[in-house]
Design a protein around this ligand. Structure first.
Ligand code: SF4
Length: 149
């Protein structure tokens, strides 16, 4: 039986990235097909109502798990704090998981929303999770990134 899986929309070829581009990943498309998984494209930042293109974002303090605990901060390149929209986008993706019955997610590594194992703290890559990944994991979903397959 086909299983639903949430997938970062940019990995599937949708033009959702902050720069209006995609990160279409053939390895991801092949993996989904080989596994018989039904991808549900999600972009937490667009679901938050942010525009595309939009300024790049990164953590200035902690990571997504810290942000959920009120101890992290995500900012954009023009200096706006972006905690509220990032939490909103994460909550919208969790709703989609509930609606679809998806218990799996394959997300874009190092994104402040979607990073599974790594994110950017300012200019530096650190171990950590994006905001949406952290929320999904806390709600029982299993996560992997394009680097895991
Ligand atoms: S928020 Fe996630 S899905 Fe949207 S463009 Fe960034 S990495 Fe891709």
């Amino acid at each position: 039986m086909s299983r639903p899986i949430l997938v970062s929309a940019c990995l599937l070829g949708l033009l959702t990235r902050y720069d209006g581009q995609t990160k279409c990943n053939q390895k991801v498309l092949d993996f989904l097909k080989a596994q018989g998984l039904v991808p549900i494209p999600v972009c937490p930042e667009q679901l938050a109502g942010l525009s595309t293109p939009r300024p790049a974002t990164f953590f200035s303090k902690g990571d997504g798990r810290d942000l959920l605990d009120g101890k992290g901060t995500v900012v954009n390149r023009v200096g706006d704090e972006m905690n509220a929209p990032f939490l909103r986008g994460a909550a919208e993706v969790l709703k989609i998981a509930r609606i679809s019955g998806a218990t799996l997610a394959l997300f874009k590594e190092r994104s402040p929303s979607c990073g599974v194992h790594q994110v950017y703290l300012e200019e530096t890559i650190i171990a950590g999770q994006g905001v949406t990944s952290a929320l999904l994991q806390r709600n029982g979903l299993s996560l992997c990134s394009e680097d895991d397959i």
